[in-house]
Design a protein around this ligand. Structure first.
Ligand SMILES: Nc1nc2c(ncn2[C@@H]2O[C@H](COP(=O)(O)OP(=O)(O)OP(=O)(O)O)[C@@H](O)[C@H]2O)c(=O)[nH]1
Ligand SMILES: [Mg+2]
Length: 198
């Protein structure tokens, strides 16, 4: 459920980039931040370690414009993918309106992707969210590797719905990054309209 601020006539959607460590979540946000015109974005906040691993989260707000006198905003967050940051991930996921699951396409990372997806659905469940009817886009990142996990394999083992939107990306060059953001934004807004919570 987006945050509705009646005083400031603002509707804010929260989108969280989730996925295993080093899958490219922060790289996605850095590219988006670089691409968006200054007047539509706020400063990017990065809380990371000396090795540039996300420590708590990355964040920045994007303005989508005004609809019926309300300004629409999206807040983009990443979670820290290192396994021991479970508590931080749970906190950041709270109140999310949609998730981009950034999978690492490297074949050796298959089990890490599966493990982190399951952690995500458990966390969503703990907030009373049914992951099968919640806006999620599955992004297979790092498609520039020589050997990559074939599309469909994560969906099969995780028994994901057939209509789950899936994208391929190379976040370091930006390929597929904006398309992923467009898809999740569309899903989030459609879900809000279906909710009829306006
Ligand atoms: N080859 C390749 N490298 C990538 C791609 N996307 C990200 N990387 C690299 O992967 C490393 C990790 O990227 P990050 O964006 O920091 O990963 P993260 O998911 O935020 O990692 P955590 O914060 O630890 O959870 C960096 O060296 C990136 O440059 C990609 O599509 N292809
Ligand atoms: Mg990160």
């Amino acid at each position: 459920m987006p945050h509705l601020d009646l005083n400031n006539r603002q509707l804010v959607f929260k989108i969280v980039y989730f996925g295993p460590g080093m899958s490219g979540k922060t790289t996605n946000l850095l590219f988006i931040h670089k691409k968006i015109f200054d007047k539509y974005k706020g400063d990017m906040v990065i809380l990371d370690t000396e090795e540039e691993r996300t420590l708590f989260f990355d964040f920045f707000p994007v303005s989508l414009g005004t609809v019926q006198g309300f300004s629409l905003k999206i807040h983009l967050y990443t979670i820290p993918g290192q396994v021991f940051y479970e508590a931080s991930r749970r906190i950041i996921l709270e109140g999310a309106d949609g998730v981009v699951f950034v999978a690492d396409s490297c074949i050796e990372r298959f089990d890490d992707n599966v493990d982190m997806y399951r952690r995500m659905t458990t966390n969503l469940g703990s907030y009373g969210v049914d992951p099968t009817s919640f806006p999620i886009v599955l992004q297979y990142n790092k498609r520039d590797y020589d050997e990559v996990i074939p599309l469909g394999q994560l969906e099969a083992i995780l028994e994901l719905p057939d209509d789950l939107p899936v994208t391929e990306s190379i976040a370091t060059s930006g390929k597929g990054v904006m398309r992923t953001l467009q898809l999740i934004s569309k899903e989030v807004i459609r879900n809000f309209q279906l909710d009829g919570s306006a």
